[in-house]
Each structure stands twice: as C-alpha cells, then as structure tokens.
Design a protein around this ligand. Structure first.
Ligand code: AMP
Length: 634
C-alpha cells in the first residue's frame, strides 16, 4: 500500500509490470464477501475481467461498512440554493434511506440485473436511488436532467429500464424545469415501456400521474420506513451502471461499468490521487448526470468514508460567494470542479472568495476540458492552494493523467494535466502508421495499451462489437484503446492534450457529438442540410455553431424571417436534445463546403469560423462556399 514519499515512477512501473500484485494490494481497500480468484483475467482481449471470482457490493462498501465506525458522521450533505433547502444525512441515516428506496424498487419488481433509469435533479433522493440500485444488484442508468425528451427516449430504448425514477421538476437559476412532461413524452417516443415510474414530488411543478404506472415516492417510502434490505453480493464483474456518452455517430454509447473493479479503482484514487481520509469533506460541483458526479459526488467520497456535498444551484447565485460559504460552513477539505465554472466565477469580484474562511480546503481539482492559463492563475491566486488538473473520460471513470500527490508530491507543469496515472499504460501513437512515438514532444493519438485498469468501461452496453470497433480498432494494425485525443509528452513524462481527433466537441466540460446535433437540426422541415462545428469560446471552452442550408433560400432573405427560423431551430434542439446542445448561432448558407466525394469539410468550416487559415483546400468541390461563410462570421 502506498504511503507518502514512495517514488512515483517506481509505483507506476509496478502497476504496469507487476499488475496483479499491485492491484491485488489495492483490492484490500474494499470489503469482499468472497475474495477474487484472479486479479485480472485478460484471456479475451480487449475484454478485461477484473477481480474475477470475487463477490462484493458497492453500496455495502460506500455505506454499510462505515455505519459501525462512523454512523453518526455526516455522509451526504444535500444543499439546494434553488429551493433553499439544506439537509445532512449521517451514514446511519443514509443507510436507512437507501434501504427504503431499495425496498420500494423491489416492490416495483426490480431485481438483480434489472435496469433502473434515474432522471433526476441534484437532490438526495437521486443518491438514494443510485445506492439502492447498487444495494440490490440492479444496474442504474442516470440521465442528465438537462437532456430533453428525444435524448431521454433513446436512452430508455437502449437501457430498457424496468423502473424510471424521476422528479416533478428541477430548477436552474430560479427557473423551474418541469421534468415529468419531458419524461412522459420520452416514454411515448420509446418503443420500450418501463413497468413503473417512481416520482419524487418536490412541489415545484404539476406532475400528472399515469394510473397503474406512476407511483409517488413519499407514499411508497411511508410504507417501507423500517425496511431492512440486505446488500446482494454480486460478482466483481457484474455491471453496476450504464452511463451514456456522445460519440461521432448520432447514437449515444452506453458505457458499462463493473462493480469490483470500479470500487477498487475509486477507493485507490481517493488515497493516491486525492489524499483523502475518512472524515474529510468532499465538494464536487459536477452533476450526477455526468461521470464526474458518479465517481466523485457519490461513490468515491463515500467509499472513503467522507462526507460528500451534493449541490443544486448555480455557482453565482445568490452571489459568487456561494461555493466558498459552503466550504466555510462544512469545512470542506477537497473540491472538484471544471474550468468552465471557474471562468464563470472569474467574471465576478474575487472579494467573494476572501469573504469566507476557506482554510479547510487543501486542493482544488479541475477536469473535463483543457485548463487554460488565465483560469488556472486566477483561481490559484485567489485560493492559494494547489490547483490540480486531471484528464479522463466517461469511459475510464477516473483520471488517466494527473499528479498522484498521495504517492509522491509532484510539481505541476503549466498546461499539462500531469503524468500517466498508475494502472494506465499510456502511449502516444502515430495515427497513420500505428507506430509508438517514444521521443519527447512528438504529437500523436493518446492511446492506452490493454488491459485498461480496473474501473474503466467493460464494454458498450449491449454491443460488444461496437466497443471493440469504436475504441480498439481505430489505429492501424494494433489492438489498442484510443482516447480520440491528440497529445504530446515532454522529456519528464508530463502530457499535454491538444484536442480531439474526431467530431466530438466539449462545451462547458460536457462532451457533445456534433452529429447528434446535426441529425436533430436536419429534422426541421425548413432545413435541407446542416453542418455543426465547435468553435473556441472564452467562457465555455467551445460552443457549437451550426451552418444550415434552408430548403427555400427565400425564407431567410428577410432579417426577421431569418431570426425566426434560427430561433425555431434552437427550440428544436432544446426540445429534443436539451439546452446543453443548443448551438450558439445558426447561420444560413446557400451551400456547405464539401470535398469532391461529398464530405463536409468541418475542419475548414471550423477554421474559418475561428478566423484561422482553413489550410489545404485542394479537395474542395466549390471554393466559393467558404467565401460566404467568411463573410457571415465577419
Ligand atoms: P467526457 O467523457 O465527457 O468527460 O469527455 C472527455 C473528454 O474531455 C476527453 O476525451 C478530452 O477531450 C476532454 N478532457 C477531459 N479532461 C480534460 C483535461 N483535464 N484537459 C484537456 N481535455 C480534457
């Protein structure tokens, strides 16, 4: 087991060269009902079966095992500045609530291996639902509350949940967003029908109930107040959850995570990356709809016996001091956020940070998108604590690159998320030849040699072939996992991320597939063709920009008509995908720049929109197409 002052290079090397011994030791960080028979079964690459033969339970490890020692200690601190509510659940109380939820789910027919879709705002009941699923061996699929009906429908169809847990509404910036009508519409759109809907009524919005299908949480909870639901011991390789993420096609991929590997990976990360101990308090500002929320709002901190803060609200409401007032009040020790949120705070007076006693805070971790220098410097000057960048993906579930200061404190290097994290055999690969780039400062595709470490995706839900073809076959002649990010490594092993190799964009730390947005816009009756690209944005990192060819050119001649159509297209994206995917602008053009083979030149479009040189255009069919775009973007 690691203690401070071990040489990190040695620690890392052992994790790769003596994999089973290394992870066998880490596995002791969690409780097992049956210890694993094998540490890593990699008999069928690229499918890794971590801790095969072992049985365990994620909820036992996150909740029950702490109750005897720290039953009265805070486990979950649920704060909403949207509704003005604030409630702390001790480990003992959390255990009781989770058992009530587990009993209710069982009463609705949920058993081991069944899927439960969770479409919820950031309220404590969402955490109860996730943990309750883990408790009874059901597989949860949390869908971000900001997604609208058609995104939700495709996830309902793919995961085929037995039960959907939802709420009447979420709230953002004081504006109530009714969830139930979106959910009803999504269920109507989906060929798969859930057996039941369990609804948490917050009293925020009308929530018409469908008789026989919809159930009220408060009423069912009252019937199960004294429920005792034992943890179901499941195989280490039993799926714990599905989390959908965007890719280059319109169909979202269900990242499937195991149980034992995930528990071990997170427990180890709490120690070696976050230097966290039981009794510390973790405040991760993400949302349970994203992977960061799964790993570092819910499971990671609870596995470590910490208190975790679940926050519903904006970082600037009632004012830009709200986060720091939470840090002061709850003596938060660890904070995790995204650069985009810091950029939002940066527009406000730094005095807000000085108003509160934040001396309990030891470090701030940022992830999800590149950390730019002005943002890093501003927050570092304001907080005067280490700001630690970390790079990972929905697929991996925990950091690939960062500084493992819990193993050996290391200096950060500006613009770099850090070094390869133990367990990840990170390589830079030449995209064309598949050769490994071993020298310093060479640009290549950031790839990971199999097996992926514990905690990473097992497969794509219901589609092993897609898992292999998407992630493991993109580099010629090699079975190696591609992150689809460009990177370089300096002579000291620090990596630098240089952007995506595919059509995925990153808006405010959230991954969006441009194809998904294009498919939605192309569905509008007035649109003939569309291309969506991501362009640099000072606040959100990137924003989506749509170039649309109207069916009737005359329809966009008048300013008012053009604005109306732009508004309609945006509304369609809001309604089908959710406001997160809404393009910043929809610009109407008469033709899209294409190659002679008919492929839209997205890179050229993006370059022109960012006022850069579009580069080599010899394959372009109609060079005049870009001229119109240059004029439009100014
Ligand atoms: P997601 O799966 O939505 O978390 O998106 C993962 C993608 O976000 C990665 O493949 C990167 O393109 C980007 N990303 C995440 N963290 C970082 C980081 N620290 N620096 C640069 N890019 C990042």
């Amino acid at each position: 087991m690691a203690s401070a002052q071990i040489d990190y290079a040695e620690f890392y090397r052992r994790s790769i060269d003596d994999r089973d011994a290394f992870w066998g030791e880490q596995a002791r960080l969690i409780d097992w009902h049956t210890p694993p028979a094998r540490i890593c079964d990699y008999d069928q690459p690229p499918f890794a079966r971590w801790f095969a033969g072992g049985t365990t339970n994620l909820c036992h490890n996150a909740v029950d095992r702490h109750v005897a020692q720290r039953g009265e200690q805070a486990a979950l601190i649920a704060i909403s500045t949207e509704t003005g509510s604030e409630k702390t659940y001790s480990y003992a109380e959390l255990q009781r609530e989770v058992q009530r939820m587990a009993a209710v789910l069982q009463s609705l027919g949920v058993g081991q291996g069944d899927r439960v879709l969770i479409y919820m705002p950031m309220i404590a009941e969402a955490a109860f639902a996730m943990l309750a699923c883990a408790r009874i061996g059901a597989i949860h699929s949390v869908v971000f509350g900001g997604f609208a009906s058609s995104s939700l429908a495709s996830r309902i169809q793919d995961a085929a949940p037995k039960v959907i847990v939802s709420a009447d509404a979420g709230s953002r910036g004081g504006k109530v967003v009714a969830y139930k009508p979106l959910l009803d519409e999504a269920i109507a759109l989906s060929p798969h029908q859930p057996g039941a809907v369990l609804l948490v009524d917050r009293g925020l919005a009308e929530a018409p109930m469908t008789a026989g299908r919809d159930h009220d949480w408060a009423a069912l909870r009252a019937q199960h107040l004294d429920a005792r639901v034992p943890c179901t011991w499941v195989d280490a390789t039993h799926p714990s959850y599905i989390l959908y993420t965007s890719g280059t096609t319109g169909k979202p991929k269900g990242v499937q995570r195991d149980t034992g590997g995930y528990a071990v990976a997170l427990a180890a990360s709490m120690r070696h990356i976050f230097q966290a101990s039981a009794g510390d308090t973790y405040f991760c500002t993400s949302d349970i709809g994203w992977v960061v929320g799964h790993s570092y709002i819910i499971y990671g901190p609870l596995l470590a016996g910490m208190a975790t803060v679940m926050y519903e609200g904006l970082p600037i409401r009632p004012d830009a001091g709200i986060w720091w007032s939470i840090v002061e009040k709850y003596r938060v020790t660890h904070m995790f956020s995204a650069p985009t949120a810091v950029r939002v705070l940066k527009k406000h007076d730094p005095e807000y940070l000085r108003k509160y006693d934040i001396s309990s805070l030891r470090a701030l971790w940022l992830a999800g998108e590149p950390l730019d220098e002005p943002t890093a410097t501003w927050i570092s000057d304001a907080l005067r604590i280490p700001i630690i960048d970390n790079y990972w993906q929905t697929e991996t579930g925990w950091p690939i690159l960062t500084l493992c200061n819990g193993v050996q404190p290391q200096l950060s290097r500006f613009g770099s998320p850090g070094k390869a994290v133990y367990g990840y055999d990170v390589k830079l690969i030449d995209e064309a030849s598949g050769a490994e780039l071993t020298g310093p400062n060479q640009k290549g595709v950031l790839a990971i040699e199999g097996p992926l470490p514990p905690g990473c995706l097992q497969t794509v839900w219901g589609d092993d072939e897609r898992f292999v073809n998407t992630y493991w076959k993109s580099i010629p002649g090699r079975l190696i996992y591609s992150t689809f990010d460009w990177g370089i490594r300096d002579a000291d092993g620090y990596y630098f991320i240089l952007g995506r190799t595919d059509d995925v964009i990153n808006v405010a730390g959230h991954r969006l597939g441009t194809r998904e947005i294009e498919e939605c816009i192309a569905g509008h009756v007035a649109i003939a063709e569309v291309a969506v690209v991501g362009i640099a944005d000072t606040l959100k990192g990137q924003v989506a920009l749509a170039f649309a060819v109207p069916r009737d050119a005359g329809a966009v001649v008048e300013d008012a008509a053009r604005l109306r159509l732009e508004g309609e297209v945006m509304k369609q994206v809001d309604a089908q995908l959710g406001a997160v995917a809404r393009p910043a602008r929809v610009l109407f053009v008469s033709v899209l720049p294409k190659t002679r083979s008919g492929k839209v030149l997205r890179r050229a479009l993006q370059a022109v929109a960012e006022r850069r040189d579009p580069g080599d255009l010899t394959t372009m069919e109609d060079p005049a197409a870009l001229q119109q775009i240059k004029e439009l973007v100014g």
